[in-house]
Design a protein. Structure first.
Length: 403
C-alpha cells in the first residue's frame, strides 16, 4: 500500500469515528432527565397572619401566604401554646397546594377541653416543607367562662310537625333556660302562619352537663288558603349563663295547596222545600258555618278538581266581603231566633225589586253579579264550610239540581 492510499484510509476512519461520536452525543442529550421542569424554581417565603386578635364565639381564622406562585405543594407544621392541644381544632399539618398563593384555615376552640380563665393562644409554624418561614407566629386571646353560646336548628315541618334542637357551645355547670316566642315578622315572600295555628313550649331547659335539648312543634294548616307560609320561632330570653349564637331563630316553612275533597253528593245532606234549600245540621258536623253556592252546570265538570277549587274560591271571595258576611250572619240569627232547627241558606242579597229578600235560594253569581236562576237549567249546588276566620274547608258537599 502506497503512502497516499494509507492517508486516505486514515481520513475515512477519522470521519467514521466522528460520526459515531456525534450520534452517541445526540443519544445522550435525548436521554437527559426532563420529568420536573420546575425543580429549579425559586423557593417561596411563607407567612402566618390572622384578621383578628381574639376568638369570636370560639372561632378564628389563620391566613397563610406565599411570597410567589410555585408549582409544588408547601406543607406547614403547627405548634400550639397557651391552651391544651385537645381544646383547639387545628390540624398538625396544613397543605398549600401547588398553584395557590393564599389559603385560609378556620380554627375553633372546644371550651369543654380547657379551664376557665383568660388565655392567650400562640400558634406557630414550626416547619414548612417547600418554603422559608418569615412570619411564624400569631397570638389570639380568648376568655373562657361558665357561659355558653346557643344556636337553634330544625328538621323543618313534615306532616305539620317539626323538632327544634338547641345546642350550646360547651357544657355548663348550671341549667341553661331559654324563653321561646313566635317572631312577629316573616320574609316578605311568605305569609305568617297564625299564632293560633302553631303549638310549642314557651321555654326549653338544657340541663347542666348537657349540650343539647329539643322540643316539638306542631303547625295546624287545616282550612288555610293556598300560599307559602312560615312560622319563625326564636329565642326571646336567655338565662345569665347563655348568650346568643349566630342562629337563634328557626324558620318553619310550608306550602299549602288547596285540595277540595268531596264528602258526599247525597241528597240527605240537603232539604229543598217550598223554594228553599236547607242544610241538615244534625247530619253534617264537619264545618263551623255553611253556605250554599249554586253555579250553572255549564261552568265546569264536578270531576275537574281545578273547576271545583275555583267554584269554592268564588264562594269564599263572596262571603269574605263585609256586607255579604253581615247579611249571612243576620239572616242565620233571625232564622234561629224564629225557632228553626234547620236553617235555609243560599246566596243572600237585598233585592229592592222583589221586596228585600235575604237567603232567597234561587240566586247565583255570574261574572257580573247576582242574578236569578233560570228555569230548566241544571246547577251544581255546593255546600261550602267555613271556620270562624272564614277560611274555606277542603271538604265539600255537592248535588246537581235542575231549576
Amino acid at each position: 500500500m502506497n503512502t497516499e492510499s494509507l492517508m486516505n484510509m486514515k481520513k475515512h476512519i477519522s470521519l467514521y469515528m466522528a460520526a459515531v461520536l456525534a450520534v452517541g452525543g445526540l443519544a445522550l442529550s435525548c436521554s437527559k432527565d426532563t420529568s420536573n421542569p420546575y425543580k429549579d424554581e425559586k423557593e417561596p417565603e411563607v407567612s402566618l397572619t390572622t384578621p383578628s386578635s381574639a376568638f369570636v364565639q370560639d372561632k378564628a381564622e389563620l391566613v397563610l401566604t406565599l411570597s410567589h406562585y410555585v408549582h409544588k405543594d408547601v406543607v406547614v407544621t403547627f405548634a400550639v401554646d397557651g391552651i391544651e392541644r385537645a381544646a383547639i381544632d387545628l390540624p398538625e399539618t396544613f397543605t398549600i397546594e401547588a398553584g395557590a398563593v393564599t389559603k385560609t384555615l378556620p380554627v375553633q376552640v372546644d371550651e369543654d377541653e380547657t379551664t376557665i380563665g383568660n388565655k392567650t393562644i400562640a400558634i406557630t409554624m414550626a416547619e414548612a416543607d417547600g418554603a422559608k418561614i418569615v412570619n411564624d407566629r400569631v397570638s389570639l386571646g380568648i376568655k373562657v367562662e361558665d357561659i355558653a353560646f346557643v344556636n337553634v336548628s330544625t328538621t323543618g315541618l313534615n306532616a305539620g310537625k317539626a323538632t327544634l334542637t338547641f345546642t350550646l357551645s360547651k357544657k355548663l355547670t348550671k341549667d341553661a333556660v331559654l324563653g321561646l316566642r313566635l317572631a312577629s315578622a316573616v320574609p316578605s315572600d311568605k305569609i305568617a302562619l297564625p299564632a293560633a295555628n302553631v303549638s310549642f313550649a314557651s321555654s326549653v331547659t338544657i340541663p347542666a352537663g348537657a349540650r343539647t335539648a329539643s322540643i316539638d312543634v306542631e303547625a295546624d294548616t287545616a282550612g288555610l288558603p293556598e300560599g307559602a307560609y312560615e312560622a319563625d320561632i326564636e329565642i326571646g330570653s336567655f338565662s345569665d349563663n347563655v348568650v346568643a349564637g349566630s342562629t337563634v331563630k328557626a324558620a318553619l316553612s310550608i306550602n299549602i295547596g288547596f285540595k277540595p275533597t268531596l264528602q258526599s253528593n247525597q241528597i240527605m245532606y240537603f232539604q229543598y222545600y217550598n223554594y228553599y234549600w236547607y242544610v241538615n245540621y244534625d247530619k253534617v258536623e264537619t264545618h263551623d258555618s255553611f253556605f250554599l253556592w249554586p253555579e250553572p252546570a255549564t261552568a265546569g265538570s264536578l270531576s275537574d278538581a281545578e273547576y271545583v277549587k275555583a267554584a269554592l274560591y268564588r264562594c269564599r271571595d263572596f262571603i269574605q266581603k263585609e256586607s255579604n258576611r253581615k247579611a249571612v250572619q243576620d239572616y242565620w240569627d233571625s232564622m234561629r231566633a224564629s225557632g228553626y232547627t234547620s236553617v235555609p241558606t243560599s246566596t243572600p242579597i237585598a233585592r229592592s225589586a222583589a221586596g228585600a229578600y235575604l237567603g232567597w235560594p234561587e240566586l247565583f253569581v255570574d261574572g257580573t253579579g247576582v242574578v236569578d236562576m233560570t228555569k230548566g237549567t241544571t246547577y251544581h249546588v255546593f255546600m261550602v264550610g267555613f271556620d270562624a276566620n272564614l277560611n274555606v274547608s277542603e271538604s265539600y258537599f255537592v248535588i246537581s239540581y235542575t231549576e
